[in-house]
Design a protein around this ligand. Sequence first.
Ligand SMILES: [Zn+2]
Length: 183
Amino acid sequence: MPSAPSVPSPQDSKFVPSSLDRSDGTSPPLAEPHQSLKKLVRLGETAVGKGVFARRRLAADRILCEIEGEILDDYPDDPNYCMGLPSGKLLEPAAPLRFLNHSCDPNCELFYWEDEETNQQEDRLWLQTIRPIAAGEQLLIDYCWPAETAIPCRCGATTCRGWIVDPDEEHLLPAAVAGGAGA
Ligand SMILES: [Zn+2]
């Protein structure tokens, strides 16, 4: 399934889990070295192409790693994997995390670190679990695409919105489309 540009809105608070509102932390969590990530996840095949799977059980609210990749000013030729950054630039993630797939019922979440003193968000993205993940389970995030780039969703979740779209923009889908996408 082709995917449209993944551009979460930097202003969207849903990318800043409340669990990260730490009174003790004054600096961002250290990114786990890439080698550590390889011990946690592996690439595998899914019905929609490659996906990222847990090698072992992962606890809820665990910060897995920083999303590493290339920061771009404009969309590349293949923008399918790009993620929006607070500055408006784009992050094109490196493997394996460029292959994170979408679910309307995700088990992981991306977030931006916000400096506590300045309330400024850096151009850095992090991946965190939002519920326990079993060994072998696929890691999934909610792409939350703007309505204008939404495509039909076949994630299979019981709460599937029918479209890969930001819940806050679901109402912006054409009425005929939104009506036909329901149960
Ligand atoms: Zn869905």
